[in-house]
Structures are given as C-alpha cells and as structure tokens.
Design a protein around this ligand. Structure first.
Ligand code: UD1
Length: 431
C-alpha cells in the first residue's frame, strides 16, 4: 500500500493548475443515462472516482470513450464521450456502489428513462451514516414505487414519473442532483424547494439545459423543472474544482508561501478566501487565476462553521483545521453538515496540534510549529489535511493509506513538488 513521505517546513512557491471538479463530473457522467445521444464532457479530471463511475456506466451499457489522455494535455485538453444508446442493465451492483456513494446518482436517470432501477444501498461511511432517504422520498413524490430489500433500492415507475413539488427538509447536494435529472424527463412541472445551490449542482443544471431540459431558477434554492419527452446530446466543459482550489490556497498559506492557482475561479471560493484573509492570508485574483501569499505575516486563529453553499464547505474543514493548528490564538471549528467528520483530529494531534472536540465543534489552540510523525489517512479530505500539516511540520511525516487521496486529487505530489515541496510517494507493495 502506497505511503507519502514529506519533509516539511519549506514555503511553496510557483504555479498550480487546477483540474475539473470531481463532484461536478460524477453527476454529469450519470446524466449521460438520460439520453441515447452522446454527451461529451471536457475538462474531466483523472481520478479514481471517475474511473469507478465509468465502470458503473459501462455495466449499464454505456459506451465510454476517453479523448486526449495520451497527449498529457492536462485536464483542459481531455474529454470523455458517453453514449447510452441502449441501457443493458438497470442494476447498480453493491461491488461498485460500495466504492463510491455518488453511484446512487444513477437512480434518478435510470428510473426516468427506463422506468425501473435497482441500486445497491451505499451503506454507512467514514464520515457518518449518510442516509439516502431524501433521494428516495423525492422520487416517491414523483410517483416512483420504491422498496428496500436485500440491501438494494428497488424502484419502479411503470407509468413514468410525474412532476410534483418537493420540499427538502434539509439541503442535500446529491438528492437535488438526482431529482433534477429525474424531473427533466418527468411529465409536467416539478418544483424543488430548499434545493442545494452548490456550483456543482448549477453545473449539472446548465448541462441538462444544454441537453434540452427546461429548468428555471438555476443557482437558487427554488428550482422549477418542466419535463420534456427526450433529451439530446451536448458538449459541456466541467467547472474548475473549488475544493482542490481551496486545498492549495491553504497549502500555500500553511507554508508561508506564494502560489498562483491557474484554470480556476474566485467566486466559488469567495467565502473561503474571506476567512483566509481574516487569518492573515492575502488572496487576490490575477489575469490567469488566483494568487495566495503569506510571506511574512502571522497566521491568526479564526472561527469557522461549515454550511451549505455559499457558506464555508465541509470538504475544506479538515484542511482549515490543519491551518488553524499552526496559527496564533484559538479557532473554533464547527461542522454542521456531517456528524463524525473529525477523524483527522487525533492524527493532527500526533503531529503536535492542540485540538479538543466537543460535539460538533473543535477548539483548535494554535501551536505555531507542528512536528513530523507517522500518520494514517482516513478519508479523502482528512488525508489531504495531513499532507498540509506535513508540508508545514518540522521533520519527516509519513502518511499511510494514501489511496484515499487518489479519489480526489490528481497528481498531488507532482503539483506540490513543482512548487518546492519535498514530497514523494513510496510504494511498499504490501496491503
Ligand atoms: C456531496 C459531496 C460531498 C460533500 C457534500 C456536502 C459529491 C459527490 N459529494 O455529498 O463531497 O461533502 O455534498 O457538501 O458531490 N442527507 C440525509 N439524507 C439524504 C441525503 C443527505 O440525511 O438522503 C444528509 C447527509 O447525511 C448530510 C447532509 O444531508 O448530513 C448533506 O449531505 P449531501 O449534501 O446529500 O451530501 P452528498 O451529496 O452525499
């Protein structure tokens, strides 16, 4: 099993290109099931979750063609062509779904197009129980008959789906995406109330419109979809990854570096940039991207609460905690989206951080300097928070179980090494 070794305490300096957003790419790939024509997605990142999604689609009968990967063109030059002209299976098996929760996003499209679907329940996961009840209740409102049996969601809509008003009791990115896709092919009008407004949801809605869907209120919490009989193909370029962007902003900040992030946008991470500015980090836009700098200034503790977009994203909470562990003063970090998303805390404490968790909040008392240690990655964002801590720490940090990183960060070691980090992957061939 691969490990990452970092010799830290050196500032990052240089440029980092940001890839297409993983969390936009996954639902966009599933949207290919809605049409028999070809959906081409450009700026596709090369990540383990993308391969898992492709394998899932292939077993549903979708033809998947990768373009531009050999040319080493970088994500902008790459695309994937997805053609679901015939759907040979409406079942998403446990073996694939367990690898990636987002597999449940095939449920809405399959049900809308084929009037039936059998999708394995994703089950629990490291960051809490993460149920899919909102997806199921929403699809039932559209007239689907759904049973849970043998660990599977069995859904049928023999007479097709019918538009309805769906009021989400809680904001859910995945449920909003599943319902957007299903409602696009339902009969009549669907209104989603308290819909998620994340940029990835907006990207999906824009692509659906390019495929012929009728959607109003995109980017607001009240979205109206008027179903159409058929959708057609489209060419769509995936938005830049705001979580990868935020992660490298914090990597530069934690090392006291000066980095320009290319191929990305400021607006989706505006809330994060404002928090970082409060912590003494300079974040400015340039003609080609975003520049982040903390050359001499002190890093100050600031309080952070995760919230649905446009608030501070839960997917940057662990990275922010690593940053705050090295600040002057205290920071209260409150996680409101997921229960049990503090698994990085004991690992950061092994590196000298002073963090106490009380329920959904963590009190981080900055210690200035962390020290390298062997640590264990537990999930995608927790893993990268340990990379950030390692970059700032004195001495050597070895991060075990780094396969989590490959689900969300493309060529992480290369991107950081190019900015002066001493980071390398060690394969020891063992489990
Ligand atoms: C997506 C992102 C993930 C991010 C999360 C929140 C993808 C592939 N993943 O996950 O990286 O951390 O949004 O921004 O885009 N919930 C229910 N019932 C449901 C669905 C959700 O109770 O049926 C709860 C969840 O347990 C959680 C909250 O709602 O507490 C938000 O989850 P949700 O927005 O659905 O997250 P995902 O779409 O799974």
């Amino acid at each position: 099993m691969d490990k990452i070794r970092i010799r830290g305490n050196r500032p990052l300096s240089g440029k980092i290109a940001i890839g297409g957003a993983k969390n936009a790419a996954l639902p966009l790939m599933m949207a290919s099931l809605l049409t028999d024509a070809t959906l081409t997605l450009a700026n596709i990142p090369y990540l383990a979750d993308i391969t898992t999604s492709a394998n899932l689609l292939i077993q549903h009968g979708v033809s998947v063609k990768w373009r531009g990967f050999r040319a080493k063109a970088g994500p902008e030059g790459r695309s994937v062509e997805l053609t679901a002209d015939t759907i040979s299976s409406t079942e998403a098996p446990y073996d694939l779904v367990r690898k990636m929760r987002a597999s449940v996003l095939v449920l809405g499209p399959l049900l809308a197009r084929c009037r039936e679907a059998r999708v394995s329940l994703p089950g629990g996961c490291a960051i809490g129980t993460r149920p899919v009840d909102l997806h199921i209740k929403g699809l039932e409102r559209l007239g689907a008959e759904i049973d849970l049996a043998g660990g599977y969601i069995q859904a049928r809509a023999p007479h097709g789906l019918k538009g309805a008003e769906i009021v989400f009791p809680q904001v859910s990115v995945g449920a909003t995406e599943n319902l957007l896709m299903a409602a696009s092919l339902a009969e009549g009008e669907t209104v989603l109330v308290n819909a998620a407004r994340e940029p990835e949801v907006v990207d999906l809605a824009n692509c659906l419109v390019a495929m012929g869907a009728q959607i109003e209120g995109i980017g607001s919490d009240r979205v109206k979809i008027t179903g159409v009989e058929r959708l057609h193909g489209a060419n769509h370029s995936i938005i830049p990854d705001r979580i990868e962007t935020g992660t490298y902003l914090m990597a530069a900040a934690i090392t006291g570096g000066d980095v320009e992030l290319l191929n990305t946008l400021y607006e989706p991470i505006a809330a994060v940039a404002r928090i970082l500015e409060g912590a003494g980090v300079e974040v400015t836009t340039t003609e080609t991207g975003i520049r982040v700098r903390r050359e001499n200034g002190r890093l100050l503790g600031v309080d952070v609460m995760t919230e649905p977009f446009p608030g501070f994203p839960t997917d940057l909470q662990a990275q922010m905690m690593a940053l705050m562990a090295t600040a002057e003063g205290a920071a209260m970090i409150t996680e409101t989206i997921f229960e049990n998303r503090f698994m990085h805390v004991p690992e950061l404490c092994r590196m000298g951080a002073n963090i106490n968790v009380h329920g959904a909040s963590a009190m981080v008392r900055g210690v200035g300097q962390l020290t390298g240690a062997p640590v264990m990655a537990t999930d995608l964002r927790a893993s990268v928070s340990l990379v950030l801590a390692g970059l700032a720490a004195k001495g050597e940090t070895i991060i075990n179980r780094v396969y989590h990183l490959d689900r969300g960060y493309e060529r992480l070691e290369d991107k950081l090494s190019a900015c002066g980090a001493e980071i390398e992957r060690l394969g020891d061939g063992s489990e």
